[in-house]
Every structure is written in structure tokens, then in C-alpha cells.
Ligand binder design. Structure first.
Ligand code: E4P
Length: 217
């Protein structure tokens, strides 16, 4: 399973990238707003660093304008995935831009039927939002499982990019049901390494080692 980082904070991405665990990055208008940076400038900086797809989202809501914005965003770097919302116009833009050879990430997906349409329109990635479904008492993981089954049944090559990841259990669940990618905020990725028994075990080992009076270096 691939890990994308869901942020526009360059330093946080760079830190995780040093571990070699970053397969891509996703941004959205809210994340660009939080970064306080210019979209073109920060996206270029990220895309130059990361060896994988970096999603940049259009703002237009009409297909023609989405296509124009998408073409402009794609010029930032070769590894840009143009992010389009799952609206009827977004699907039209997806069909047009994917036919031109652009990598498209269809975002704001909340159902298996939406994911089916995105795959048929040529999306490279579909982004179902787990956390936001959970927020309204629907099961985001069930939606991912449905999409996995449908894509596998019909051989769609669109990759399932599980998004709106809010906690470590979302990551485990996505891995278990076969999402191709999870995009998670840096804080969630950091938490994946934590376990209280690891901390407790290390504390015991260090105390016992001290009693031996030995040194390794
Ligand atoms: C996905 O591409 C989005 O950027 C993101 O995962 C949305 O997450 P949120 O629901 O926590 O805002």
C-alpha cells in the first residue's frame, strides 16, 4: 500500500520523505489556505522534492474552466495529478484531461456509484473521504470496500486513494480491505509508529542494560 501525505506544509513532507515512506502528496484549497503559501510556488516546491504524484486542485466549477485550470496546474511539474471534484462538470473535465494524457485525481467522492463514474471517465485516482462519511454516521470503510469489489470485478485500473483519514485505525482498515493508497496528515503518519508497549519495553531494556555496566560504544 502506498502512503501519500495530505498537507501543503513543505517541512512536514520533507521530514517524512527522509524516511523514504512518501509515495505522493495531496493538497486541496483548504490545505493551501492553511499553509499561507502561493499554490503554484508551494506545489512546485513539493513536486520537485517528491518522487510521485502531487495533487493540485482546481477551483473552477464549470467544465471548460476546470480544463483550463487543470492544464495550467499540470505545467507546474511532470508529476502533478490534477484534482477535480466529483461533479458532473468534474467528470466531463476528467474525461477531457485524462484523454490528453493528464493524471487525474477525482476528489470529494462519497459513494461507490460516484467512484464507478470516475473510473469510467478515466481517473487515475479516486479519493473517497472516509472521515467526512464517519462524521455523518455513515461507514467510510464500507464505501472503500464496495469500490474495491467493483473495481476488481470489472478490472478498472483507477487507484483507490483513501482520503479524509483522521486516525490510525482508518489506516489499518484501509490496508486490510485493499485501498491502493492512503493519504493521511503528517500527525496521523507519525502516530502509526507509536505503541505503549514499545515505550514500556524499551524503558525496561534500558534499565536492565544500565545494571550490566556495559557499553556498546
Ligand atoms: C484529500 O485529498 C483531502 O485533501 C483530505 O483527505 C480531506 O480530509 P479532511 O476531511 O480531514 O479535510
Amino acid at each position: 500500500m502506498k502512503f501519500f501525505v495530505d498537507t501543503a506544509e513543505f517541512d512536514a513532507i520533507a521530514e517524512l520523505n527522509e524516511l523514504g515512506i512518501v509515495d505522493g502528496v495531496t493538497t486541496n484549497p483548504s490545505l493551501i489556505m492553511k499553509s499561507g503559501r502561493d499554490i503554484i510556488e508551494v506545489t512546485k516546491q513539493i513536486a520537485d522534492l517528491i518522487d510521485g504524484p502531487v495533487s493540485a486542485e482546481v477551483i473552477a466549477t464549470q467544465a471548460d474552466a476546470m480544463i483550463e485550470e487543470g492544464r495550467k496546474l499540470s505545467k507546474i511539474a511532470d508529476n502533478i495529478a490534477i484534482k477535480l471534484p466529483l461533479t458532473w462538470d468534474g467528470l466531463k473535465a476528467c474525461k477531457a484531461l485524462s484523454s490528453e494524457g493528464h493524471m487525474i485525481n477525482v476528489t470529494l467522492c462519497f459513494s461507490a456509484n460516484q467512484a464507478l463514474l470516475a473510473a469510467k471517465a478515466g481517473a487515475a485516482f479516486i479519493s473517497p473521504f472516509i472521515g467526512r462519511l464517519d462524521d455523518i454516521n455513515l461507514d467510510g470503510i464500507d464505501v472503500i470496500a464496495d469500490i474495491r469489489q467493483i473495481y476488481d470485478t470489472y478490472g478498472f485500473e483507477t487507484q483507490i486513494l483513501a482520503a479524509s483519514i483522521r486516525n490510525v485505525n482508518h489506516v489499518t482498515d484501509c490496508a486490510r480491505i485493499g485501498a491502493d493508497i492512503v493519504t493521511a496528515p503528517p500527525e496521523v503518519i507519525h502516530k502509526l509508529a507509536l505503541h505503549p508497549l514499545t515505550d514500556k519495553g524499551l524503558e525496561t531494556f534500558l534499565k536492565d542494560w544500565e545494571k550490566t555496566g556495559q557499553k556498546i560504544l
